[in-house]
Design a protein around this ligand. Sequence first.
Ligand code: FIX
Ligand code: ZN
Length: 417
Amino acid sequence: MTIETAAQLRSIVDRAIDEVQITDMHTHIYDAGFGDLLLWGIDELLVYHYLVAETFRYIDMPYETFWAMSKREQADLIWKTLFLDNTPYSEACRGVLTVLHHLDLDVSTRDLDAYRRFFAGMERAEYLDLVFKTAHVKDVVMTNDPFDDLERPVWEQGGSRDPRFKAALRIDPLLNGWEDNWPRLRDFGYAVTAELSDATLAEVRRFLTDWVQRMGALYMAVSLPPSFAFPEASARGTLINECILPVCAELNIPFAMMIGVKKLVNPDLRLAGDSVGPSNVEAVEYLCANFPRNKFMVTMLDRVNQHELCIVARKFRNLLLFGCWWFLNNPVFIDEMTRMRMETLGVSFIPQHSDARVLDQLIYKWAHSREIIGDVLYEKYLDIANTGWQVTEDEVRRDVENLFGGYFWSFLEKKLP
Ligand code: FIX
Ligand code: ZN
């Protein structure tokens, strides 16, 4: 059906955005089989590290006093500080309100104990289904770390069972901490030494292959500092060159690089203590140009890197950009980055991932992003409609499907010559 008016176009875009079932390709949530690693409910929402960092901007409490509190006491303090003593319009605060609102709880009462009673009455499996339905999410990709002592045993006993939860092999300890972590590979049964000899590199490749296959990992991922460079005469440079890239090419899975995080600039904030720095896009360009059989998924944390990264993606079909990561997951940047990417890359990118750490965050992170992405997409259709190009409803649905997961899945299938 052709679309005659702007009003018709708007309602078709809105309906397509509302009805699309999303693949969320980067999260930190876990299926119920991982036990307490799956975080959910109002207190977990309130003690999210984004809100911890924001709370400390208002209070003089010693950090250790806060960390000694129970999770409920921390949540009470955060609720009072950010939601009652100040207005909760920051993106992370608004997110909590969006979750409560979409769960049909009365946000106007500001009654934290009433919200707690709602969650206390919810059974975990039932709530998991409710969140996926409310968030319009059909499947998510977890962040799975074999070096994590709570997570590894679950995989060794069979791993994730819920088909909605896919795996990604996260290798930060290997790449960013070789000197500290190589002994753990020995503990896991891989005959490695500190020296990156041919024998050690072969064992690292075996470790990577074993864990990708054990998890059914869709991709390998690492977060990298602003100083990341490639090629680089370092353990990380050697491991990427000799282990990560060959194994990813052989298994035809992407290597996902999340670049620009400055770890623990304020260690007292713990998980909330990381920051951001401008990074070197040339490392991405070099990798895409010199490893054409490898597929790369990249997101960068600093706003200043976004345009150059977009242009590098135009040059290399083995590069897929994804998400408005972390400090960029604010409406002001999601709008700017989505426009930049649509105007430069068309539909060939992944506009968003949630990075959810708490199950309930799927609801707000997607409600907020779907609205912005839908607004930008409508404007792009209207721009070409004004030339006489008549986009059809089927084409709108096709594009929306691709933006909210389809392109990710087809990139995974891509086999480069
Ligand atoms: O490295 C990552 O996957 C980051 O997304 C996290 O470390 C970060 O804490 C986060 O959750 C940001 O949203
Ligand atoms: Zn993440």
